[in-house]
Design a protein around this ligand. Structure first.
Ligand SMILES: Cc1cc2nc3c(=O)[nH]c(=O)nc-3n(C[C@H](O)[C@H](O)[C@H](O)COP(=O)(O)OP(=O)(O)OC[C@H]3O[C@@H](n4cnc5c(N)ncnc54)[C@H](O)[C@@H]3O)c2cc1C
Length: 379
């Protein structure tokens, strides 16, 4: 580790090669910022490969303002990032990479071949062509701030980086690599964490009207969230799926996410005060005390690094200069429909644009001269 300090630092270490990390590296390459991507799993984008049942609904073809209106509590924090990198810019970006796309009637965007691998390969090809070093099968174990920059530690070597971008994702689907390391590093460096809750997940019920329809999908369905006083708080028209455990599908997911955020604002209330009404197949099933499935199976993590400790104009920590965040590691989440990948991409771009425009220190100039030279210290 001592030797690492004798060398020139890389300008940027991107920790996590998922949606936010890959996008960040692509923008860094475009901006000629020397960077390295360090990914825990053997390949980039393990979670992206799983999105939308392997089809990858990467964005929705709507304006930035519509996106922000839909996204909910994180809207204020992500507003600048999304206005600069709106869904339509992301769509145009994939088109310019030569990825044929498909637009659904409801404006959701997919690769035309229906394969999430097409999106991950597009990133992989771009990063390899740009000469960005990709260190896979390489979990980062710690981040230590130095007088200038950071020492990024892995099991076998350390990297000296002037800036660090934490793009390590949420905590759901831990087998895909997102195990909460970034939140742990942030907490060790003095950041507060907002407690985790599952987002966009099914609701459990043993109601026989649901369980006897297990395996059936109803496209023209509707789910509503009803307050203790009987007022309708939220309604979403869309798909409902009957499962052996209960209900899932876009309408249920969005209601479940709405409830989590609503309860956050009203700590005196409990989930048992809420009712979900699911209308499908000429049935109206009322779930009192709607129980979400466990966090590990959630599409998104609600909670993470507290937003008031991160500058939304730069995605830089307000506590540790040079430490940046993007994607689900932050306490940001959106509804179903491509919003969460767009959030990861837009926050990643904002972080990189901010690093690109940050003042050039002497070390930065040296690092630029070193051009993508990766200095590491085998221990
Ligand atoms: C089943 C499923 C379906 C989904 N479908 C959609 C969809 O269709 N549309 C949509 O918009 N969103 C969807 N999402 C949500 C979306 O995938 C995530 O919000 C998005 O991937 C978050 O991007 P991220 O880069 O923050 O995290 P991730 O994509 O999870 O990437 C984080 C990366 O960091 C790596 N990492 C973690 N710790 C370390 C460490 N210590 N060192 C090095 N690397 C580390 C991980 O291995 C991982 O590759 C879905 C999620 C799931 C689980």
């Amino acid at each position: 580790m001592r030797n690492a300090l004798k060398h020139t630092p890389v300008k940027l270490a991107i920790v996590g090669g998922g949606a936010a990390g890959m996008f960040a590296a692509a923008v860094a390459a475009e901006r000629k910022i020397p960077c390295v991507v360090i990914e825990r799993k053997v390949r980039l984008g393990s979670k992206v490969l799983m999105t939308a049942n392997g089809r990858c609904n990467f964005a929705k073809d709507i304006s930035a303002e519509q996106f922000l209106a839909d996204v909910g509590p994180a809207a204020q924090f992500v507003a600048q990032a999304v206005r600069e990198c709106p869904p339509r810019k992301i769509i145009a970006g994939f088109k310019s990479l030569g990825v044929p796309l498909k637009r659904m009637a409801d404006a959701r965007m997919f690769p035309a071949d229906g394969k999430a691998a097409t999106i991950v390969h597009a990133f992989g090809d771009l990063l390899r062509e740009s000469g960005v070093p990709l260190l896979t099968n390489c979990p980062v174990t710690g981040i230590q701030p130095q007088k200038t920059g950071f020492i990024v530690a892995t099991k076998n070597f350390t990297i000296w980086a002037e800036n660090v971008l934490l793009a390590t994702g949420g905590v759901s689907y831990p087998k895909l690599g997102s195990v909460g390391d970034g939140q742990r590093f942030a907490a060790e460096l003095g950041h507060s964490l907002v407690p985790y809750r599952p987002g966009l997940i099914g609701l459990e019920t043993s109601d026989p009207r649901v369980t006897r329809r297990a395996g059936r999908r109803f496209e023209d369905a509707c789910a509503r969230v009803i307050a203790p006083d009987g007022a309708m708080l939220y309604e979403y028209k869309g798909e409902i799926d009957c499962e052996t455990f209960g209900l899932s599908g876009a309408a249920i997911y969005n209601c479940q996410r709405f409830i989590e955020h609503w309860l956050r604002e009203k700590p005196a209330l409990k989930v048992c005060d809420i009712t979900v009404e699911a209308s499908f197949d000429r049935e109206c099933v009322r779930l009192k005390d709607p129980r979400p499935r466990p966090l590990k199976g959630a599409i998104v993590t609600i909670g993470g690094v507290a937003l008031d400790e991160v500058n939304p104009a730069t995605m830089e920590s307000r506590k540790v200069p040079g430490l940046y965040f993007a994607g689900e590691v932050l306490d940001i989440d959106g509804p179903t429909g491509g919003y969460n990948l767009t959030l990861a991409f837009a926050t990643a771009r904002r972080a990189i644009e901010s690093i690109a425009s940050s003042n050039n220190s002497r070390e930065t100039r040296l690092a630029s001269r070193a051009r993508h030279r990766l200095i590491y210290d085998i221990i």
